[in-house]
Design a protein around this ligand. Structure first.
Ligand code: PGA
Length: 346
């Protein structure tokens, strides 16, 4: 007796009108993105599709399933009960495809393959260069880079969207992670070049807390480090403005709106003698580290393993760059804190 799902003995013409097997992978991919991101617009952006295309794909998927999959709750798009079932299945299907891709990459060796890298906002100042060097070393490998904030990186780790991630502080709200510290991430106080504090030495931390401060958005690792340092000294910043990008922060500083604290990496292109000056403040630079992380129970693809090795062993350029920028930014310090080689696995 065939099960209710077994249509092998039924002619195609006799099949029910609604059959999920008419759904395409593309439709599932679009649907998964809408549910995960809670919005058609964000899904369209992520997948580089137009909104009408996204709507059409979901409509076709709904038709194939024969049930409504999404509903609006205010401005949020949410899955219906059927939608939640489909969403769970999407994850299973995508996990199977990733495993398949990994198996195929194994068969082909490292000649071909794909690396999906997710990085925290500030890492955008160096991750593309590293990927460029990696692609030159392994020309058959395609890479995708997703730059986003910490909360979204944690979500991406949970939903297994990328192969490997670059973060500042290791997230504590993600599943257990394997972590490798691979480079230093000094945080410095910046001011407009004509600010009265420029050129002063060992500026007390308390004076910084009194200046109007421009902070990164909640959820930023840089912001957390600043608030922690000030808190440890019993200081509360006088927050003048919150901005969601390092570039916006730098422009606001140049525009005279206040001081800000950023990673030294954000000054890589213009250097420390550009329109933004680095101040010599007590307790700075705050020496943080960049970490490469991935879920502890995840088996890395050959491409990801190659990237890991490339970053940990073949590449000390980042530390060298940070060291020379620190030397330039703090010429008067007898001994500026030095980036230490940071190849640590936990
Ligand atoms: P952010 O993270 O870009 O979110 O500030 C970087 C960091 O943690 O240093």
């Amino acid at each position: 007796m065939p099960s209710s799902y077994d249509h092998s003995d039924v002619s195609p013409a006799a099949l029910p009108e609604y059959l999920i097997r008419h759904a395409t992978l593309r439709q599932l991919q679009v649907f998964e993105a809408i549910v995960r991101l809670g919005s058609f617009t964000r899904a369209a952006e992520e997948l580089f599709l137009t909104q009408p295309t996204v709507s059409l794909q979901v409509k076709k998927l709904s038709e194939a399933v024969g049930l409504k999959l999404l509903e609006q709750a205010g401005r949020q798009t949410r899955p219906t009960e059927a939608g939640r079932e489909v969403y769970a299945a999407c994850h299973e299907i995508m996990r199977t495809l990733v495993d398949l891709e990994m198996g195929i990459a194994n068969l082909k060796g490292l000649k071909r393959g794909r690396l999906r890298l997710g990085v925290i906002t500030t890492a955008e100042y160096f991750a593309p260069e590293i990927l460029g060097q990696f692609c030159r070393a392994y020309p058959g490998i395609d890479v995708s880079l997703k730059v986003t904030n910490r909360d979204r990186i944690v979500e991406r780790i949970i939903t297994n969207e990328d192969d490997i991630y670059i973060v500042g502080a290791v997230p504590t709200d993600a599943p257990a992670l394997t972590t490798h510290a691979f480079a230093t991430n000094p945080l410095v106080v910046i001011a407009a070049r004509d600010h009265p504090l420029v050129g002063q030495r060992q500026i007390p931390l308390a004076s910084i807390a009194e200046e109007p401060l421009i902070l990164r958005e909640p959820g930023s690792g840089t912001r957390d480090a600043v608030i922690k340092l000030l808190g440890e000294h019993g200081l509360r910043p006088s927050v003048h403005m919150e901005l969601g990008s390092n570039e916006a922060l730098k422009h606001a500083v140049v525009g005279g709106l206040g001081l800000a604290i950023v990673s030294l990496h954000t000054l890589t292109l213009e250097g420390v003698h550009g329109p933004v000056a680095v101040l010599d403040v007590e307790g700075f630079p705050i020496m943080r580290e960049w970490h490469l992380v991935y879920p502890r129970d995840k088996e890395l693809s050959p491409v990801s393993k190659a990237f890991l090795e490339f970053l940990l062993e073949g590449n000390d350029n980042l530390n060298t760059l940070m060291r020379s920028m620190l030397d330039e930014a703090f010429p008067n310090l007898a001994k500026a804190p030095r980036p230490r080689p940071a190849h640590k696995k936990t």
